[in-house]
Design a binder for this molecule. Structure first.
Ligand SMILES: O=C(O)c1cc(=O)[nH]c(=O)n1[C@@H]1O[C@H](COP(=O)(O)O)[C@@H](O)[C@H]1O
Length: 233
């Protein structure tokens, strides 16, 4: 199966397998990847991954592991053993945690992309201050992205607002996976650091994670077509 030549990752944030597959069956695995997150995976288990793989999708299993190094190493190995395209951990777990995850995948020759979440796109400067980080999101994202790169990650999750700075700091090939994508007409929901699809790509995002602007649209396929048109696909 050829790899899809697209930056689009559709977040299948549904409460159960059936609803997720109704959406997946309307999507084309040649034109997007899909993301399975905590709610869907906790409800459905690995069955959802098998069903999506059987349909030809590359899957980002977004479980954002954050624990002691030994526990995270085991968790990323278990996740990668499902044959998913991408998995993630929280960079806030620190260098030793990320290195342990990297070493475990390398030892098993598992080629799953391993990326680290820097600062959640739902967080503003005020949210960061409340958890003891008295700095702007960009500085904290840069700090955690540099640490992630030194710790062997293939890239990071950040907001597209930080993508240009990370391109300068970490280079073009370091993955910049950006949720918080909002077409100009839609609201931000719980997201705080957002950008439109076209501006996100221009800024240097390598992948755009898009959930509600497509999945909650009155006509999801029309919403997706509009996004593809906006980014020239
Ligand atoms: O790791 C993620 O995917 C992620 C990181 C982050 O900082 N912000 C973020 O929104 N996400 C995920 O990206 C998706 C965004 O969904 P929408 O806000 O509906 O487009 C959700 O599934 C989130 O769990």
């Amino acid at each position: 199966m050829p790899r899809p030549d697209t930056p689009l990752i559709i977040a299948l944030d549904y409460p159960d397998l059936d609803q997720a597959l109704v959406m997946a069956d309307r999507l084309d695995p040649a034109r997007c990847r899909v993301k399975v997150g905590k709610e869907l995976f906790t409800r459905s288990g690995p069955q959802i991954l098998e069903a999506l793989h059987a349909r030809g999708f590359e899957v980002f299993l977004d479980l954002k592991f954050h624990d002691i190094p030994n526990t995270v190493a085991g968790a990323v190995e278990a996740a990668a053993d499902h044959g998913v395209w991408m998995i993630n951990v929280h960079a806030g777990g620190g260098r030793r945690m990320m290195e342990a995850a990297r070493e475990r995948l390398d030892k098993r020759r598992l080629t799953t992309h391993l990326i680290a979440v820097t600062v959640l796109t739902s967080m503003s400067r005020e949210d960061l201050a409340e958890v003891g980080v008295d700095d702007d999101p960009l500085s904290q994202v840069e700090r955690l992205a540099a640490l992630s790169q030194r710790s062997g990650m293939d890239g990071v999750v950040c907001s597209a607002q930080e993508a240009t700075a990370l391109r300068a700091l970490c280079g073009d090939t370091f993955l910049k996976v950006t949720p918080g994508i909002r077409p100009s007409a839609s609201n931000g929901d719980d997201q705080r650091r957002t950008l439109t699809p076209a501006r996100a790509l221009a800024a240097g995002s390598t992948h755009l994670v898009i959930g509600r602007p497509v999945t909650q649209a009155l006509d999801p396929m029309a919403a997706l077509a509009d996004i593809e048109h906006e980014i020239g696909r």
